[in-house]
Design a protein around this ligand. Structure first.
Ligand code: SF4
Length: 242
């Protein structure tokens, strides 16, 4: 791990430890078949080149107003984030990636099925790296329960807020190879950005998201949660007057 003079920390030694039987189950491929052999070869290739990395910093909440919060001198516009950080002072903005090596390897697969397998393998590398970053933060900063929010996961916190988040973390492209496109998507695509923060009760953005049949859903949609916890008082009062 490296620490630079802006207190941004880089994890560039994250191992990729894939589990073939688990992957085969996920892909619904039986062992000892031609497809299983192809996946095993891809997994060997991926493991040989993968270099998942992460970058994060310790940042502090400077101020809050009704719909925004200032963290490390940078303002973020989200009512939900602002309420979630109501009694929080220290937060951990981060970007974690499966890495440019896996991205290029995945892009180079010219067979559609192999490319799909490579995509799932790269996603697995990203998920493992995310879990390692979380474990590292919890251990190093003696955190209890934590949650994360990511720009673009909710209408309340639009994808354009990737810019201020990236601004908090310095030159991500040079450090870990992650850049933003004009439409605010990250390249490599197997990357996740966000802010991790301590919570008393676990929060998942999915609780406020109505998207049906999302394969990544982590919690059921709660139709009353926004009104219960996040609706601004003025708005709630004017609703009551109608
Ligand atoms: S349900 Fe899916 S799209 Fe909605 S916040 Fe969760 S992971 Fe994102």
């Amino acid at each position: 791990m490296k620490l630079d003079n802006t207190q941004v920390l880089m994890m560039d030694d994250i191992p990729f430890q894939p589990n073939l039987p688990k992957l085969l189950r996920k892909l619904r491929v039986k062992e000892d078949t031609r497809y299983a052999k192809q996946i095993e070869c891809l997994l060997d290739e991926a493991q040989a080149i993968a270099r998942p990395r992460a970058m994060y910093r310790v940042a502090y909440v400077d101020s809050r107003d009704e719909d925004s919060v200032v963290i490390g001198g940078v303002r973020f516009h989200s009512r939900v984030l602002r309420v979630n950080l109501d009694s929080v002072h220290r937060v951990f903005p981060f970007v974690v990636t499966g890495g440019t090596e896996l991205h290029e390897w995945m892009q180079a697969q010219d067979d559609m099925l192999l490319r799909y397998y490579a995509d799932v393998i790269s996603e697995t590398a990203l998920r493992q790296a995310s879990a390692m970053l979380k474990a590292h933060l919890v251990r190093r900063y003696a955190l209890g329960r934590t949650s994360t929010m990511s720009p673009g996961s909710l209408e309340d916190w639009p994808i354009q807020e990737q810019r201020p988040l990236f601004a908090l973390l310095g030159d991500l492209e040079q450090a870990i190879g992650v850049r933003l496109t004009d439409s605010m998507l990250m390249i490599p695509s197997k990357s996740v950005s966000g802010i991790r923060f301590p919570v008393e009760k676990t929060f998942e953005s999915c609780q406020l998201c109505q998207r049906e049949r999302c394969p990544s859903r982590k919690a059921p949609y709660d139709p009353d949660l926004y009104a219960r916890r996040y609706r601004p008082e003025m708005e709630a009062a004017s609703e009551g007057l109608r």
